[in-house]
Design a protein around this ligand. Structure first.
Ligand SMILES: Cc1cc2nc3c(=O)[nH]c(=O)nc-3n(C[C@H](O)[C@H](O)[C@H](O)COP(=O)(O)OP(=O)(O)OC[C@H]3O[C@@H](n4cnc5c(N)ncnc54)[C@H](O)[C@@H]3O)c2cc1C
Length: 400
């Protein structure tokens, strides 16, 4: 049986886990990263994309992968909301002094670029595909992998997604509920230019978003009650395209499908605490939110930055990186941001998706008010699209 010793074990090599591993190892800590899934196949043409705001892009720039993914990404210069009555509100990045709010990036090349960078990072050992099966805690943690390997470290980090093994083993409880909605995603080509404008249709049942990609391509995130989403997924390709064409109100002209539709059941989850003895949770292991406001990975990348800064500062000061006081610092720093986003997005989902007349009125009144009053609009844009909450040095574009 192979036995290894390191500073940190990261369980989970999704976008969040890989970003963190690269940053920590780049700053001189020794890191072992485990992921159950094999690296992304090059030919993956999934319609899943992520809209990442400027602060989040700075964190990816610190991991030195932005140049590799820029060609796959499209800027988001305008956000347009359309309600079922056809009323519109537009938010322009230039109104708050930005060229764009952020970029829309396909998940597959993003994870691929991170994986390639991780392979070439000194002090970072990848165990992929492998899986964390158990760990024990004492003065150190001892992780047991499916392959039989054992790794001893000062700290274990759970970046292993919504069904986190680290969360289970550490006994951290979470609140969790089924949103009873699913998101259908796909890529479409369209006859009209999107002009770097993302459009979100607010409709009973759930919103439908068209998010720009390079060229005349957009990614679709179409939320419906789960049963209804299943019915759309069972349609033939031309029937599905027709249904989407009707719901996008021809805003982008004639559309054709560029990838097979995929369906993602949605839930909301929040871990009651982020830390346990010599263990810490981040990203979807700690919080899962609806994609309606495109906040999930943005929130997770702020976990990445906060954890990287806290651990690297502690290591530089000669402290034990797995100690209670160091881990509590991370927990204190992230608490407000996570709570605000989890509850805020849940409330927003109710207003956006509701069939109730009173809330429908609120949705319409809210849209009109926000659009009509310039200071409110600017505040809404700053909070939702260019958040400054917990913007540490990495999010501000400074060095770790
Ligand atoms: C339809 C949709 C659209 C979205 N759009 C946006 C958007 O526009 N903007 C945005 O910010 N966010 C968006 N999100 C959210 C974003 O996609 C997720 O937050 C993000 O992909 C989650 O990344 P992660 O690294 O936390 O988790 P994951 O990607 O789930 O990674 C977890 C990893 O852990 C591994 N793992 C699991 N168990 C083990 C184990 N025992 N041992 C080792 N490894 C293990 C898995 O193999 C996996 O690779 C969207 C989500 C959805 C569903």
């Amino acid at each position: 049986m192979s036995q290894m010793k390191t500073d940190i074990v990261v369980s989970g090599g999704g976008i969040a886990g890989l970003s963190l591993g690269i940053l920590l190892a780049g700053a001189g800590l020794d890191v072992h990263l485990i992921d159950a899934a094999p690296p992304v196949p090059k030919a993956d043409v999934s319609g899943r994309t992520v809209a990442l705001m400027e602060n989040s892009l700075n964190i990816l720039r610190a991991a030195d992968i932005w140049d590799d993914i820029r060609e796959h990404a499209a800027p988001l210069a305008v956000m347009r909301i359309v309600d079922e009555s056809g009323a519109e509100a537009e938010f322009h990045a230039e109104d708050i002094g930005l060229k764009q709010f952020g970029f829309n990036i396909p998940n597959a090349p993003l994870r691929d670029a991170l994986y390639e960078a991780a392979k070439n990072t000194k002090n970072l050992t990848l165990h992929m595909p492998d899986a964390l099966e158990a760990y024990g805690t004492g003065d150190t943690i001892r992780a047991k992998l499916k392959s039989g390997k054992e790794i001893t470290a000062a700290l274990i980090i759970g970046a292993d997604g919504r069904n986190s093994m680290v969360r289970k083993i550490s006994g951290i409880e979470c609140t969790e509920h089924d949103d009873e909605q699913s998101a259908i995603t796909c890529l479409i080509a369209h006859s009209r230019a999107h002009n770097n404008t993302a459009t979100e249709f607010h409709r009973p049942g759930g919103p439908l978003a068209l998010v720009p990609m390079p060229g005349n391509i957009s990614s679709v995130v179409w939320i419906e009650p789960t049963e209804r989403a299943g019915e759309f997924m069972r349609l033939k390709k031309d029937e599905f395209t027709q249904a989407l064409q009707e719901r996008t109100k021809d805003i982008l002209g004639a559309i054709t499908l560029e990838s097979n539709p995929e369906c993602w059941p949605l839930k909301t989850l929040k871990a009651k605490t982020l830390t346990a003895p010599r263990a810490v949770l981040m990203a979807e292991a700690a919080h899962v939110i609806s994609p309606i406001t495109a906040q999930g990975l943005n929130l997770s990348l702020r976990d990445v930055a906060a954890l990287a800064e806290t651990l690297v500062d502690a290591a530089r000061a000669g402290l034990d990186i797995g100690s209670v006081s160091v881990l509590e610092k991370y927990e204190r720093r992230r608490r407000v941001d996570i709570n605000t986003r989890v509850f805020g997005v849940g409330g927003m989902n109710k207003i956006v998706s509701t069939e109730l007349a009173a809330l429908k009125g609120l949705r319409r009144a809210g849209l009109k008010t926000v659009d009509a009053i310039t200071p409110i609009k600017k505040i809404a844009m700053r909070i939702g699209l260019a958040p400054e909450i917990d913007a540490g040095r990495l999010a501000k574009g400074q060095k770790l």
